[in-house]
Ligand binder design. Structure first.
Ligand code: SF4
Ligand code: SF4
Length: 385
């Protein structure tokens, strides 16, 4: 690879992503102090910024791909530097030059699957609604006039663990008498995570197709299960002049309980810790609704983890990292499982498919399956209605 061209590209990309803001960095190192990577290995966003500002980035290195876009350092930076934008800009350049470290190769497979099948998991597009029949449900296709479009998302549509969450959600909606439907094979991945890996064109193509489908079907209000779908539909799709009302399941559960549409008939006598997903909490300030829902569950005792709310510890799955290889000893999700055990919680509950995927894996790796359960908030509600 030629060296001069990437340097020029880096500076140009950085400038396009708001170069002046990056130059505000005065190298204080607060970003490194809060970054979860430094709990498991050395990584310096401060250094990444310094190198990028001067066009000296090792574009084929691991550090370009490390940031999980968790949002902790932007919240703590005294100079308003947009660290996530820098990482995404560098990934765009690496993608353009097609230089990837070995750990990132699986994200390229996800990208290819998104282009061909509309999901990152290499499943057939036609099987996107199979979770409905697999769970003996009768969810209808969305029709204009229904209260809600349920935008299921890729992991809940295909991943065996997460299909249970899609089913729990559908059962709750049915019990509450909500008129809702799904798009089935017409639904595409929302595109949030592939955008963070620098594949802007793939994101744009997925987003445009989804928006067209929403408009063609007369969609007004969209329910999502994933905080990543929530973030991109709510905050990024308006870049295409498309505005729909987007509601996350934790917010919708609170609405259903507040309006009396959802009532409890059972109890859940367990000690539960709630984990704030980065894209629900820090990126969108949804902290209270999930806690209020859990506190209403009869018998449930809610406890807080060591790093909670805007200090929440990232699970490690954002920024496309869910598709990349992370060595066992470097997984943030292992720390989260240990924190759950430390507060004596029996369940680690959250509301994000990436968090659940990572926590389930850590629970197995740490061999604590008999001590801690990992649950989506809908699975708890399903048990008590
Ligand atoms: S916290 Fe902000 S100003 Fe300080 S080193 Fe990091 S990016 Fe630079
Ligand atoms: S956004 Fe999170 S993972 Fe990325 S550099 Fe900042 S603190 Fe680290």
């Amino acid at each position: 690879m030629e060296t001069l061209a990437p340097f020029k590209e880096v500076i140009q990309e950085i400038n396009e992503a708001g170069g002046e803001v990056f130059k505000l960095c005065f190298q204080c190192g607060k970003c490194d102090a809060v970054c979860p990577w430094n709990q498991v290995r050395q990584f310096s966003m401060r250094k990444v910024i310094r190198q990028a500002t001067y066009g000296l980035t090792e574009i084929d290195g691991e550090d370009v791909w490390r940031c999980t876009t968790c949002g902790r350092c932007p919240e703590n930076c005294p100079r308003g530097v947009k660290q996530i934008d820098i990482s995404v800009a560098l990934r765009r350049i690496a993608s353009a030059y097609e230089v990837f470290p070995a750990s990132v190769k699986s994200a390229r497979t996800a990208r290819a699957s998104l282009i061909s099948e509309g999901n990152p998991l290499q499943f057939d597009r036609k099987k996107r609604a199979d979770w409905v029949t697999d769970n003996n449900l009768s969810v209808k296709p969305f029709e204009e006039g229904m209260d809600l479009l349920y935008f299921v998302g890729c992991y809940l549509s295909y991943d065996p663990r997460m299909k249970k969450v899609a089913a729990a959600t559908a059962r709750i909606l049915e019990k509450a008498g909500v008129s809702f439907g799904i798009l089935g094979e017409k639904e595409n991945c929302c595109g949030e995570s592939i955008r963070k890996t620098g594949s802007e064109n793939v994101f744009k193509s997925l987003a445009r197709e989804n928006i067209k489908t929403f408009v063609d079907h007369g969609v007004k209000r969209i329910l999502v299960s994933s905080p990543h779908c929530y973030h991109t539909l709510k905050n990024e799709y308006p870049e295409f002049m498309a505005n729909f009302e987007v509601v996350h399941i934790t917010q919708y559960l609170k609405e259903l309980i507040d309006t009396g549409k959802l009532t409890f008939s059972g109890t859940y006598p367990r000690r539960v810790a709630y984990h704030d997903p980065c894209y629900l909490g820090r990126h969108n300030q949804v902290y209270d609704e999930p806690r209020e829902v859990l506190k209403r569950v009869p018998g449930l005792e809610l406890v807080e983890l060591a790093d909670a709310r805007n200090d929440s510890l990232c699970c490690g799955g954002g920024g496309g990292r869910i598709w990349m290889d992370t060595p066992k000893e470097e997984r943030f999700s292992d720390i989260r499982i240990r924190q759950t055990i430390d507060v004596g919680a029996q369940d680690l509950v959250t509301a994000c498919p990436y968090c659940i995927t990572n926590f389930e894996e850590s629970r197995l790796n740490l061999e604590v399956e008999n001590i801690v359960a990992v649950r989506d908030i809908t699975e708890i509600i399903q048990d008590v209605i």
